[in-house]
Design a protein. Structure first.
Length: 253
């Protein structure tokens, strides 16, 4: 018997105890579990010092949507389906800095007291990359900062970042737009992997043979938004995540 294990045995064999070689002895050993009687401190979040018990009991669990016009077009009531409160503060034309400002304004408003935000959905980047001529690497720090601020403001919420949709291209900006969209989606995945966030990868669902699916976008080559059918496809992604019906195998978590 290893000496270290005797501290957890109910019947210990004392050093020096021996028995005769002619005697038949049967040992019965029982284990006991040590219980820590010291008080356990409540789990707190180091970022704001709050605990789950500090949250108002009357708060309504809600999902928060923030971002650009792709999210602003979605109907919050339909996404919630009368089973989950959805708050949509997305605004067309928003960039990363605008989204961060909108989240901070919401956090300091009275609406924040009414709801317990347990999910934050972010759609951003299209307005940041459309006119980038030297790549999107300069947006890395802003995107990291956005996710970290969201996690600090809403420490008990899951954070979701939507990938960019395929953008319309012309002969003048074809290579630039395609490269920026692909690189920014890779950047989103990189940020989600490091910050333990979830990525909603919708890019492939809006492609057809390597191009924008004509059934999901208007005929105009200048309109970046999906048509009514495409909006329905996008809404389905959010409905599945809001109601947690679908597991995303591509999520970094």
């Amino acid at each position: 018997m290893h000496p270290g294990c005797q501290s957890v045995l109910q019947h210990r064999v004392l050093p020096g105890d021996t028995i005769g070689s002619n005697e038949h002895v049967r040992y019965s050993i029982s284990f006991r579990k040590h219980k820590d009687v010291s008080p356990v401190a409540p789990v707190s979040d180091e970022r704001n010092g709050s605990t789950p018990s500090d949250l108002p009991s009357c708060s309504i669990p809600a999902s928060l949507l923030v971002g650009d016009s792709f999210l602003a077009r979605l109907d919050a009531a339909r996404l919630g389906k009368s089973r989950k409160k959805v708050v949509n503060i997305a605004k067309g034309g928003s960039k990363i800095d605008d989204v961060l400002r909108a989240i901070k304004d919401f956090k300091s408003s009275g609406d924040n007291v009414k709801y317990l935000i347990d999910q934050v959905f972010v759609c951003v980047g299209t307005n940041d990359i459309r006119f980038c001529r030297n790549g999107v690497s300069h947006l890395k720090g802003q995107l990291f900062g956005l996710v970290r601020n969201i996690k600090q403001l809403f420490p008990y919420a899951k954070v979701f970042l939507q990938s960019l949709l395929p953008l319309p291209i012309t002969n003048m900006n074809r290579n630039q737009v395609v490269r920026n969209v692909i690189d920014f989606n890779r950047l989103i995945y990189h940020v989600c992997s490091h910050e333990r966030a979830y990525m909603i990868n919708v890019f492939g669902s809006f492609l057809s043979y390597g191009h924008r699916n004509p059934r999901l976008f208007p005929h105009s080559s200048h309109d970046i938004h999906p048509n009514s059918r495409g909006t329905g496809v996008l809404a389905t992604f959010y409905i599945n995540r809001i109601h947690e019906r679908q597991f995303d195998p591509f999520s970094p978590n």
